[in-house]
Ligand binder design. Structure first.
Ligand code: BV8
Ligand code: ZN
Length: 250
């Protein structure tokens, strides 16, 4: 990634009143949270249909819970990385800032980001499939019994959006509005293949935004991006924010 690219991207951001960001699993990769489609991605070992769908859950709730509890344990033991902190710092520099994430690992919130739209839910939350009541932490019983709702005895599921499920309407509407008004739209650490999240950068572009892509490889969005910051988000995002602070200080 050339210095001039990052400097021009920083200039665009320093002048922007309204900025939106879409993050994916790549932003959490340096925290040790496996991505989805990379060589060591979660689903290289399993298929999404096997685990991240409501049918899969009804077919084998214990297996799906085992997978989520395993991921939840890994996520609890990890911590935000410089990419998360850079995005939390950027929020302090920009008047109108929206962080839209596909990630369910809660690391943006733990890094101090505040205006977060979670498109695919959050692994730290669960709810009852019968009465909808939210529940906090859950665990499988000693004998592997499934977590049941204290209010109605219904089965509890992770509060994440599975394939074939609609996204939370308020988060999606908020993300669409943020994309439409953004002067700069940053897409960081996502393969841009999961819809409808992958529509957001295109919506921003169509509405006149400057699009900045941060990734270690090219994606289907790259041809639309105005600036491509090639490299690890844990390196490129802190450099970008430092450059913006220098630009603003001038
Ligand atoms: C819906 C929660 C409909 C669970 C997730 C055919 C064409 C188009 C669409 C579809 C289709 N068939 C089906 C669909 C719809 C489907 C979809 O998009 N499928 C795709 C796979 C083709 N979408 C859905 O089903 C959505 N719902 O459409 O509902 C509907 C409508 C009306 C009524 C009823 C239903 C629901 C989608 C949400 C699924 N849930 N997660 C969980 O996490 O367990 S998706 C899952 O993928 C994660 O949320 C993840 O975040 C997301 C996207 O993946 P990425 O984040 O991009 O991660 P990935 O590994 O792919 O990429 C990582 C990137 O980071 C890479 O580019 C890599 O290069 C880069 N990277 C790696 N390291 C670094 C890095 N970059 C920077 N620094 C690094 N260090
Ligand atoms: Zn219930």
């Amino acid at each position: 990634m050339s210095n001039s690219t990052i400097r021009q991207a920083a200039e665009a951001l320093a002048q922007a009143r309204s900025v939106a960001i879409l993050t994916g699993a790549g932003v959490s990769a340096e925290s040790g949270v496996a991505t989805f489609r990379g060589t060591d991605g979660i689903w290289s070992k399993m298929k999404p249909e096997e685990l991240a769908s409501f049918d899969a859950f009804l077919r084998n709730p214990a297996l799906v819970w085992e997978w989520y509890l395993h991921r939840k344990k890994l996520i609890t033991e990890t911590k935000p990385n410089p990419a998360h902190y850079a995005l939390a710092r950027l929020e302090e520099l920009v008047p109108d800032y929206t962080l839209i994430t596909q990630n369910i690992d809660d690391l943006h919130r733990r890094a101090g980001s505040r205006n977060i739209l979670e498109l695919h839910g959050n692994i730290t939350r669960s709810f009852c499939i019968d009465c909808g009541k939210q529940t906090g932490d859950v665990a499988l019983g000693e004998m592997g019994e499934l977590p049941k709702c204290v209010y109605c005895g219904g089965l509890i599921r992770p509060d994440v959006v599975w394939f074939g499920e609609i996204l939370p309407q308020d988060a999606l509407d908020g993300a669409d509005r943020a994309a439409r008004r953004a002067e700069v739209f940053i897409v960081a650490g996502t393969s841009n293949v999961v819809y409808p999240a992958a529509l957001l950068p295109r919506t921003a572009k169509l509405n006149g935004a400057t699009v900045i892509e941060c990734n270690i490889e090219h994606t289907p969005l790259s041809e639309y991006a105005d600036f491509i910051l090639e490299g690890k988000a844990g390196d490129t995002l802190p450099q970008l924010v430092a450059m913006i602070e220098r630009t603003m200080a001038r």
